[in-house]
Design a protein around this ligand. Structure first.
Ligand code: OAD
Length: 253
């Protein structure tokens, strides 16, 4: 381990130990070590599809069957994977700090944080496990049970869509408000495994360091394989895979 990383780990552990309130922002990198592919490593293709064909309202209007086939496949893929040490470490940290001082905001839709035991989780981009009825609006947690075709609502027979936020759509307002509050009030923000290029999610980092805050700026710790758009805002950089958890060993967690 380089001297730089050792020093960064020591400083990060000290900040976390003293944190009054922690907000974590996670992205696809956290699930990479579980075998879930990240987005920007895939040349703009998901399972061979253009993102705009399978993750936009226009794509849905053109071909809902194609969209559902893609999500059936993604749901099936998640049944094959398990949380990795990065997910588990974040869940242990929540137990240690207590859920009232800890908010995990995730852009991931795989639900692996919750499987690992995280409780206070805000899913900004929805979940592969849930469906939403286009007629009655009911959102149902379907788990990962296999579905086929274009499923219908058991209550009103309306068409179901995945409860996922597609490009051009708004984030769920209550979830976003809670995430903004967590970013504004945290004393430490931990940014893990995200390229920080998709907004408004990435804007939480700017909020943590000052935009619209009453309190002094939060300290931002970034954990990623490489530099990202978040790096200039981060105070401490921990370059390495998120499943490698020397930080948590230092904290004794
Ligand atoms: P990206 O694919 O954009 O970025 C993944 C990040 O994880 C990159 O910065 C990688 O360097 C980093 N990474 C990869 N493996 C890692 C590891 N083992 N440990 C630590 N870091 C690692 O994914 P997101 O930032 O999550 O939106 O993408 C944000 C949003 O863009 C997604 O939620 C999705 C997508 O379009 C929607 O579906 C609405």
């Amino acid at each position: 381990m380089s001297d730089d990383l050792t020093e960064a780990l020591d400083r990060a552990a000290e900040q976390l130990r003293d944190a009054r309130s922690v907000c974590v922002l996670t992205g696809a990198g956290v699930s990479a070590e579980s075998g879930v592919p990240t987005f920007r490593a895939s040349d703009g293709l998901w399972e061979g599809h253009r993102i705009e064909d399978v993750a936009s309202p226009q794509g849905w209007n053109r071909n809902p069957q194609l969209v559902w086939d893609f999500y059936h496949l993604r749901r099936a893929n998640v049944t094959q994977v398990q949380p990795n040490p990065g997910h588990h470490a974040l869940a242990r940290m929540e137990q240690h700090w207590g859920s009232d001082r800890w908010t995990l905001v995730t852009q991931n839709v795989d639900g692996l944080h919750q499987v690992a035991g995280s409780r206070h989780v805000l899913e900004l981009h929805g979940s592969l496990r849930r469906t939403r009825c286009l007629d009655c609006g009911e959102i149902v947690d379907q788990g990962l049970k296999p579905m086929t075709g274009i499923p219908n609502c058991p209550d009103c027979q309306g068409i179901l869509r995945p409860d996922i936020v597609w490009f051009g759509e708004m984030l769920p307002p209550d979830t976003w408000r809670a995430a903004e509050r967590a970013a504004r009030e945290c004393t430490v923000m931990l940014v893990v495994g995200t390229s920080a290029v998709v907004y408004p999610a990435a804007g939480l980092i700017a909020i943590a360091v000052g935009e619209g805050r009453k309190h002094p700026p939060g300290i931002v710790l970034e954990c990623n394989l490489t530099e990202t758009d978040a790096s200039t805002l981060a105070d401490i950089h921990l370059f390495g895979p998120s499943g490698d958890t020397p930080l948590f060993e230092r904290l004794g967690i």
